[in-house]
Design a protein around this ligand. Structure first.
Ligand code: ATP
Length: 306
């Protein structure tokens, strides 16, 4: 019997390291990054709809405010791409239950695109390989393949060429949300401005973080967190420096702006420290919200068949 729909759960991510190379002639930056998928999820439901209805999209959830509902939404674009590429019936409804912060450097839009690809594969029984899904995902955005894979991986190129990382242990995160998002493009532009006149090396990931992940050594992972976009994000949002300081003062093992920010990710030793830091950050008045999460977690996967 044909399925009526599927629900796919997809995680957000933090970048444990983000190394950004010089601006290429094509206007892009080569990056090398270590991604970790964390336990903040969007649930994306894709269902067959009435003939002639086309693609319809609606959103609920705690972070749904301001997300576009038209064909610029990455979930919509993923659906259109799958329909075109596989010559599929185009009457589909998509519902996103959104918990991943928007424009927070946690790749929430990319996550929704990844979820739609996985949902279409299941709904139409396309039998795609993970590699095939990642390739089509990369056409939509460089963070989409990782949202399909999950776990911990190194991303090269524009971040979309993935190599899994051998790792053990579970990591406790406290995420400090800013009152307003930052556009990824503006952060890269600011990074280029701050680097004017400097000789920038090709991007690379340090050995120390890979050793730390292999050993499950959270303290060393904390010391190895880094992000070449952090000074640009802090330059555009000076309040982020205060947020980083509060976390370190309250004993975080490490602190980093996630991706292009403005979310700040703090690695802490255990759940108790996570609670302490949550209270301290909430009381500090410098953040708009605080979320606790653990990582690594799985990539986009079907959690319910309708
Ligand atoms: P990244 O770290 O990949 O640069 P981000 O986490 O900073 O991304 P997103 O939450 O992916 O940012 O959203 C960036 C912008 O993309 C939003 O401001 C919104 O206008 C648009 N957008 C399109 N589709 C989505 C979606 N499904 N969810 C959230 N934002 C979306």
């Amino acid at each position: 019997m044909r399925r009526n729909g599927v629900v796919v759960r997809v995680p957000g991510k933090v970048n444990l390291q983000l190394s950004v190379g010089p601006l290429d002639s094509d206007g892009y930056h080569e990056v090398t990054t270590v991604f970790q998928a964390i336990s903040i999820y969007d649930d994306v439901t894709v269902k067959f709809a009435e003939p002639g209805s086309g693609i319809t999209l609606d959103i609920s959830g705690s972070t749904s405010h301001g997300v576009p509902l038209d064909e610029t939404n990455l979930a919509y674009r993923a659906a259109q791409l799958m329909i075109d590429r596989h010559d599929l019936d185009s009457d589909i409804s998509i519902h996103i239950k959104k918990e991943i912060p928007v424009a927070g450097g946690m790749a929430g839009g990319s996550a929704d695109a990844a979820a739609v690809i996985v949902a279409f594969d299941a709904l139409y029984e396309l039998g795609m390989s993970r590699d095939g899904m990642e390739k089509i995902g990369a056409e939509l955005g460089s963070d989409v393949p990782f949202a399909i894979t999950g776990g911990i991986a190194i991303g090269r190129g524009h971040g979309d060429h993935l190599t899994p990382v051998l790792a053990c242990g579970s990591y406790n995160w406290v995420l400090a949300m800013a009152p307003q998002g930052l556009s990824t493009q503006s952060v890269y532009n600011e990074c280029d401005r701050l680097r004017t006149g400097l000789d920038i090396a090709r991007p690379q990931v340090g050995d120390q973080i890979l050793q730390a992940l292999r050993a499950g050594d959270a303290e060393l992972v904390g010391k190895s967190l880094s992000n070449d976009l952090q000074s640009a994000a802090c330059s555009l949002r000076p309040a982020l420096r205060l947020v980083l300081d509060v976390g370190i003062d309250y004993g975080a093992l490490g602190a980093v702006v996630s991706g292009s920010g403005p979310t700040v990710a703090f690695l802490v030793a255990d759940e108790e420290r996570a609670l302490d830091l949550t209270v301290a950050l909430s009381a500090s008045g410098v953040v708009a919200g605080v979320i606790r999460a653990t990582g690594p977690t799985f990539g986009a996967r079907v959690i319910e068949t309708l």
